[in-house]
Design a protein around this ligand. Structure first.
Ligand SMILES: Cc1cc2nc3c(=O)[nH]c(=O)nc-3n(C[C@H](O)[C@H](O)[C@H](O)COP(=O)(O)O)c2cc1C
Length: 221
């Protein structure tokens, strides 16, 4: 049996980079986090915690991020970032293609750069960011679990007509997040998921492509 709604939620989820200022009802946030808790995890360890930034706390995060950006401070996320040159050739080529498509989606490189930078500098203007953390004392498997949790959450959001984007950008300065969201020092930030209602904007009409199935699925009979 194929559950049509599940397929539709998977297909309709995409990264939204500009949100409207319509608030998200706290009851809906509770529903989608509760659904995400159904994600599988190593020996049902459920390593995730979710810190919801909205209202004043989110404004403080955005302001403090902007100050750091203006000061030219590099991000120092809890998960290390690897230089693009060190990624495998296939993944480098996928990333290059994504950038190429984004530029072509806009009229030229300058417009694409301007729109993406604006979106990034405002943390996508979403009314909510859900921060997912795991304990610092965790194996790599817990990062896998947090990823499953994040995707389940985003699908539950899509099912309710909510847009989302998971970002490195929102977890670049963990010290700010610890302070504003009162997160214990023994937790580390995996990703922030911006959540809200999609604004009709050109940046949101780009839908990323995927490799042909034959490039990723390998049967062995
Ligand atoms: C862990 C992670 C971090 C990401 N960080 C960013 C980010 O900082 N900025 C951004 O614009 N997109 C970010 N993205 C979104 C990806 O660019 C996006 O998922 C990818 O291009 C595929 O597009 P789709 O989500 O629309 O299907 C991130 C995605 C993941 C999974």
């Amino acid at each position: 049996m194929i559950i049509v709604e599940t397929t539709e939620a998977i297909k309709s989820r995409h990264s939204v980079r500009q949100f409207s200022d319509q608030p998200v009802d706290q009851g809906i946030i509770k529903q989608i986090v509760q659904l995400a808790q159904r994600a599988p995890s190593w020996v049902n360890s459920q390593p995730w915690q979710v810190y919801c930034a909205t209202g004043d706390s989110l404004t403080r995060i955005k302001n403090e991020y902007q100050k750091r950006d203006q000061a030219g401070e590099h991000g120092h996320p809890d998960l290390a970032v690897m230089s693009r040159d060190d990624w495998s050739s296939v993944t480098q080529s996928n990333m290059k293609q994504w950038r190429h498509e984004i530029v072509h989606h806009f009229t030229n490189f300058d417009e694409a750069h301007e729109q993406m930078t604006k979106a990034s500098n405002t943390l996508y203007s979403s009314p909510v960011i859900l921060y997912i953390t795991i304990p610092k004392a965790s194996p790599d498997w817990s990062i896998f679990d947090a990823g499953a949790f994040a995707q389940t959450l985003m699908l539950a959001a899509a099912d309710r007509g909510l847009g989302s984007i998971p970002t490195y950008n929102s977890v670049r300065y963990p010290d700010i997040l610890h302070k504003v969201l009162n997160v214990p020092q023994n937790e580390r930030f995996i990703v922030g998921i911006s959540l809200g209602y999609e604004k009709p904007a050109k940046i949101n009409t780009y839908h990323s492509k995927r490799q042909p199935l034959s490039e990723v699925l390998h049967f062995s009979n």
